[in-house]
Design a protein around this ligand. Structure first.
Ligand SMILES: Nc1ncnc2c1ncn2[C@@H]1O[C@H](COP(=O)(O)OP(=O)(O)O)[C@@H](O)[C@H]1O
Ligand SMILES: [Mg+2]
Length: 153
């Protein structure tokens, strides 16, 4: 009983350790919120991980951390969504981007001059100084979230 109750409302994640395992979507959002609070204009954060690994869930927290109250949805069919906040957050999803011409059309550099940028399937990007976070599905509600490369500040 107690274990079941704990798993329904796990304690908030408060750490930014480079290797975290979350056991609920809410915990992954918590971690995203911590990252969002750190973000400054010009930051690019690349997210790597299979479908369902928790990237969009994480971005939901990131948006809150940047002070946005906009609803975060998967931009799979839109490529870019903009969330205004303390810093503007551009939420990019490269899942359906097939070639370098489409990548260039996204105007990532321009987005980064206007605010922070978080990119799902972002390992495809080679941006100087960009952070990289890897999401791994461990089964059930468990996800391993590793900071491969942190922000430079
Ligand atoms: N620990 C967890 N972290 C993130 N998402 C989780 C977790 N446990 C369960 N989920 C669920 O897994 C799904 C993750 O989907 P999503 O964030 O869209 O992944 P992605 O963007 O990587 O495809 C959501 O339905 C979410 O509620
Ligand atoms: Mg997604």
């Amino acid at each position: 009983m107690r274990a079941a109750r704990r798993s329904r409302s796990p304690a908030p994640v408060t750490t930014t350790l480079p290797d975290v395992t979350t056991s609920s979507a809410a915990q992954t959002e918590d971690l995203g919120r911590i990252w969002g609070k750190r973000l400054r204009s010009g930051d690019v954060v690349r997210l790597k991980g299979e479908l369902g690994a928790g990237k969009t869930t994480f971005v939901r927290g990131v948006a809150q951390g940047t002070g946005s109250s906009a609803p975060v949805a998967s931009p799979t069919f839109q490529l870019v969504r903009i969330y205004p906040g303390r810093v503007q957050l551009a939420h990019v999803d490269l899942y359906r981007v097939e070639n370098s011409a489409e990548l260039a059309d996204l105007g990532l550099e321009d987005l980064a001059t206007r605010g922070a940028v978080v990119v799902e399937w972002g390992e495809r990007l080679d941006v100087d100084g960009a952070a990289l976070i890897e999401f791994e599905h461990l089964g059930g509600d468990r996800r391993r979230i590793r900071t491969i490369r942190d922000l430079s500040h």
